[in-house]
Design a protein around this ligand. Sequence first.
Ligand code: SAM
Length: 343
Amino acid sequence: MNQVIELPELTTIPVYSTHLGRAYCGDSRELLAELPDGSLNLVITSPPFALLRKKEYGNRDQHEYVDWLAEFASLIYHKLTEDGSFVLDLGGAYQRGKPVRSLYNFRILLRFCDEIGFYLAEDFYWFNPSKLPSPIEWVNKRKLRAKDSVNTVWWFSKTEWPKANVSNVLVEYSDRMKKLLKAPDKFYSPAKRPSGHDIGKGFAKDNGGAIPSNLLQIPNSESNGQYLRGCKELGIKRHPARFPAKLPEFFIRFLTDPGDVVLDIFAGSNTTGAVAETEGRKWLAFEQNIEYIAASTFRLVDSNIDQATLKRIYNSILQNDKTEIIHYMAQPSLFKLMDSVES
Ligand SMILES: C[S@@+](CC[C@H](N)C(=O)[O-])C[C@H]1O[C@@H](n2cnc3c(N)ncnc32)[C@H](O)[C@@H]1O
């Protein structure tokens, strides 16, 4: 039986609310502190890397960055349910002036497990085939390094047994597997593989898809979504470091049930909140930049909304007029809404 938790109340007033979620403006450390312990099923986020980029990439700065991020992680640890998860997407970096990698993402992994008490449930790798070659100096000019197109995505859990169901994120079968499912007898004779795996007849059972691997191939190349359209229509600068919806979608489906509570502590353009809303999960978004929060409403309002209304919503948020964007939203799928209210 699932433990049902409500969307937690904070003392801070949300900037906007939807059917299932609320977006807050402020420093996430302060907002996290307002949450009751055990009130979140999943925290998924991608932290700002600017802190690291602005400075020298030496060891000292890496340690400072790890210390800074550990403050958030310690708070998150207490706010998660016992079977909750914390998924952290981290891009790789080079040390300044040298073709030598920074170890900060691995330092984070070790610190969070050794000192905060998280478990590494699984290490994931996000391969973004549309990533441009960088750093130009080492890759394009001097041809000393390969293109860096994989982010580490650490799936931390509070206990050894986080909630997870891989059946919710099955991927399409390979062509070979599809053939095998059609005619298992013709295709091969069951035998023991050199690896020791006993491939019996059960292997030819159609489970609706294949188990995904921990290498997630997701291009970050969205060009015509509702968010970008809104930014374009209103002449607003788009958020420079959005992640693709497929990334939070994978972990939200994998690690939560409808009605669970999902938080992104560095919400940016609120990709996570918008996906959670579509998936029938309750959500919270924390972001310190009010302009990013205002523009994030474009993801959540009805796609038929006219430009003047979009502008009114955007401006009313900047003018601190708390907006009930719920009135401008597409009707949620009744089925998903019922699921999240009742479960
Ligand atoms: C890499 S972006 C996240 C982008 C997001 N995943 C998306 O899809 O749009 C990191 C965000 O963290 C925000 N941020 C940085 N420090 C913060 C803090 N202490 N509290 C809240 N937000 C913060 C930045 O303003 C930035 O928008």
